[in-house]
Design a protein around this ligand. Structure first.
Ligand SMILES: [Fe+2]
Length: 491
C-alpha cells in the first residue's frame, strides 16, 4: 500500500509519546484488570491520581500541558486483584466549558476568549478550579487540587465530584502550592498562600490533620512574587525558595496574557531562600544563591549550622516554555531536564552553594516521605530521561550519598511519577514498592507498573484499555475511608 507523502511527513515529526498528550475519550469502571506478575499480598489500598486529560473544548484548544481539564484515576488493590476507575473532575471550569462549548476560564498558559457580553456580566475573570495537579487528604476528605486555592472534594470510591473543600477561616491568598508538607510530630500540615496586593504577601499557615481551619504562621511581604510550585520543610523550618521568575502584578491584572506569561526571568535577582521558624513564625535567615529554577523540592534537613536543601533544579525557566503542547507534541522543544541539586545554606553567614548529586536527571521526585522528610536520607525516585529530548522515559532511583543510580527502562514506554509505598514493618528506607502509571506507545495503552523499590525490578503490571494522558501527581492510600486516611497517608 502506498502511503501519502504528507502522512509520512507527519509521522516523522510526531514522537511516540505524543499520544500521552491527547484527550481521553472514555470514563470507565473495571472490576478486575488483567495482571501480569504478582502483586504483593500486603498491597490492599488505592492509588489515586489526577492530571490534565481534555485539551480541546468545542473548536478551542488549551495551549500548555498544565492547562488540560482534570481527570482522576484510581487503581485499587485487593487479594492480588486490581480494579480501575477513571472520571473527569466536574469542576466549575469543566462544567462551564461543557455548557458553553468553549474554554471558559483562563489556565496556566491559556486565556479564555470571552465575548463582550460575557465580560460585561463577569468583569473580573473567575479563577480556574481545574484541579489537575495533586490529590491530598484535607480534614476528613480527599481532594483534588490546583494552584488556585479551592480544592475539590471527591468520592474516593466512585471518583464522583462532590463539593468545594470548606476552609473554616479567612486567610487571604489567590495562589498556593499543591504540595503541602505533613508534619507528623506536630500533627499538622504546612502550606502557604500568595496574597496579591501592595505589598504581596506569602501567608504561611498550618492546619491540623483533622481540621479545616488554617492558622497563620507567618506573613512575608514581597515586591515581586516568585513562581514557586513547592517549598521545603525541615524539622524546625519552612523554607521558601524564591527563584528569579518574578510576577509583574500589574501585567497579571491588565495584560490579557495567560497567567504564567506575566512572570519574567530576572537573572540578576538570583535565588533567595527564606528560612522561617515553624513554631514562632520568625524569619531566622535569608540566603542567596546563583539564579536557578525548580518545580519540585525533594527534601531538606538541618546539619550543624547548615540547612541542606535538595531539589530537581534547572538552570533557568526554559522548561516552563518547553511544556507548551505544541513544542512538546512535535518533539521540537529540546526540553530542559532537571538535575538533582543540593544547596547548602549557612545559617550563620547567609550564603548558599549548590552541587549536583547525580548524573541522572529526574522530575516528579518522590521519597519515603513519612520516614525521611526533614531528615538525612538516602533515596530519591523520579521520572527521568534516557534519550535526549524524549519525554520522561525511565524511572530513576538515586542514592544521594553516593550519586549511584538504578533505572527501569522499556523502549517507547513513558512512566509518570513513581509513588513509593513502604512495605509493612519495613526496616530499610527503600523497603517497599514503586507505583507508576506508564504509557506504552507500542500498543497505545497505559499500564500500572509495580517495581520493587530496592532492586528496581518489575513485580507486576496491569494494563488499562486506553491511554491515560500524562498525569502530574497522586497518592497511595492504604485505605480510603476518610477517617483513617490521615493516620496512614505517606507511610
Ligand atoms: Fe508538582
Amino acid at each position: 500500500m502506498q502511503t501519502r507523502p504528507e502522512t509520512q511527513s507527519t509521522a516523522q515529526i510526531t514522537p511516540p509519546y505524543a499520544i500521552g498528550l491527547t484527550t481521553a475519550t472514555e470514563e470507565t469502571t473495571i472490576a478486575a484488570l488483567p495482571v501480569e506478575g504478582r502483586i504483593p499480598d500486603w498491597l490492599t489500598g488505592s492509588l489515586i491520581r489526577t492530571g490534565p486529560a481534555k485539551f480541546e473544548v468545542g473548536g478551542e484548544s488549551y495551549r500548555h500541558w498544565f492547562d488540560g481539564l482534570a481527570m482522576l484515576t484510581r487503581f485499587s488493590f485487593s487479594d492480588g486483584r486490581v480494579s480501575y476507575v477513571n472520571r473527569f473532575l466536574a469542576s466549575d471550569s469543566f462544567q462551564e466549558a461543557m455548557a458553553k462549548g468553549k474554554i471558559s476560564r483562563g489556565e496556566f498558559g491559556t486565556t479564555a476568549r470571552n465575548s463582550f457580553w460575557e465580560r460585561l456580566r463577569d468583569p473580573i475573570p473567575r479563577p480556574t478550579d481545574n484541579a489537575n495537579v495533586n490529590i491530598l487528604p484535607l480534614g476528613d476528605r480527599l481532594v483534588s487540587t490546583t494552584e488556585v486555592p479551592q480544592p475539590i472534594v471527591f468520592n474516593p470510591d466512585t471518583l464522583e465530584t462532590l463539593d468545594k473543600f470548606p476552609f473554616d477561616d479567612h486567610i487571604l491568598g489567590q495562589m498556593t502550592t499543591v504540595h503541602p508538607h505533613f508534619d507528623f510530630d506536630r500533627q499538622c500540615l504546612f502550606n502557604y498562600l500568595t496574597a496579591f496586593g501592595a505589598p504581596t504577601k506569602y501567608n504561611i499557615y498550618r492546619m491540623g490533620f483533622r481540621s479545616s481551619r488554617r492558622e497563620l504562621v507567618a506573613s512575608i511581604p514581597t515586591k515581586e512574587p516568585a513562581y514557586m510550585h513547592t517549598f521545603a520543610m525541615s524539622d524546625r523550618y519552612i523554607i521558601l525558595t524564591e527563584f528569579p521568575l518574578r510576577l509583574n502584578l500589574l501585567g497579571l491584572a491588565m495584560s490579557g496574557k495567560p497567567f504564567i506569561e506575566n512572570y519574567h526571568w530576572k537573572t540578576d535577582r538570583g535565588t533567595r531562600f527564606t528560612i522561617v521558624d515553624k513554631d514562632s513564625g520568625e524569619v531566622v535567615k535569608t540566603c542567596e544563591s546563583e539564579p536557578f529554577f525548580s518545580f519540585h523540592h525533594i527534601n531538606a534537613f538541618e546539619q550543624g549550622d547548615e540547612l541542606l536543601i535538595d531539589l530537581a533544579g534547572y538552570t533557568d525557566d526554559k522548561v516552563v516554555r518547553d511544556l507548551y503542547l505544541n513544542p512538546l507534541r512535535t518533539g521540537q522543544a529540546g526540553r530542559a531536564t532537571a538535575a538533582v541539586k543540593r544547596y547548602r545554606l549557612s545559617l550563620n553567614k547567609g550564603d548558599a552553594t549548590g552541587e549536583t548529586l547525580a548524573n541522572e536527571t529526574l522530575e516528579l521526585p518522590r521519597t519515603h516521605y513519612r520516614q525521611i522528610n526533614g531528615k538525612p536520607y538516602q533515596f530519591i525516585y523520579g521520572a527521568g530521561n534516557r534519550i535526549l529530548d524524549n519525554f520522561n522515559d525511565q524511572i530513576v532511583k538515586i542514592n544521594v550519598n553516593t550519586g549511584e543510580s538504578v533505572c527501569w527502562f522499556e523502549e517507547n514506554c513513558y512512566p509518570g511519577e513513581p509513588v513509593f509505598v513502604s512495605a509493612p514493618n519495613y526496616s530499610a528506607e527503600d523497603e517497599g514498592i514503586l507505583l507508576s502509571v506508564v504509557l506504552n506507545a507500542n500498543c497505545q495503552k497505559s499500564f500500572l507498573l509495580i517495581l520493587d523499590a530496592r532492586s528496581m525490578t518489575e513485580l507486576a503490571r496491569t494494563e488499562v484499555p486506553h491511554v491515560i494522558p500524562f498525569q502530574f501527581h497522586g497518592q497511595y492510600f492504604p485505605a480510603i475511608e476518610p477517617a483513617i486516611v490521615l493516620s496512614q497517608v505517606h507511610r
